[in-house]
Design a protein. Structure first.
Length: 46
């Protein structure tokens, strides 16, 4: 169960990385802060 939650967080990390690559470098810190706020609700998001 802990491994499945780790994979969900890892998938969210890659999702944030994929979005941040499309964004300008100036907007790069914004997805990171949104990711830190969304960590507790990863299971609720899916």
């Amino acid at each position: 169960r802990r491994q499945a939650q780790f994979l969900e967080v890892l998938g969210t990390v890659f999702l944030v990385i994929g979005k941040s690559e499309q964004l300008p470098i100036t907007n790069y810190p914004l997805p990171i802060t949104n990711y830190q706020l969304g960590i507790p609700s990863v299971t609720a998001y899916n």
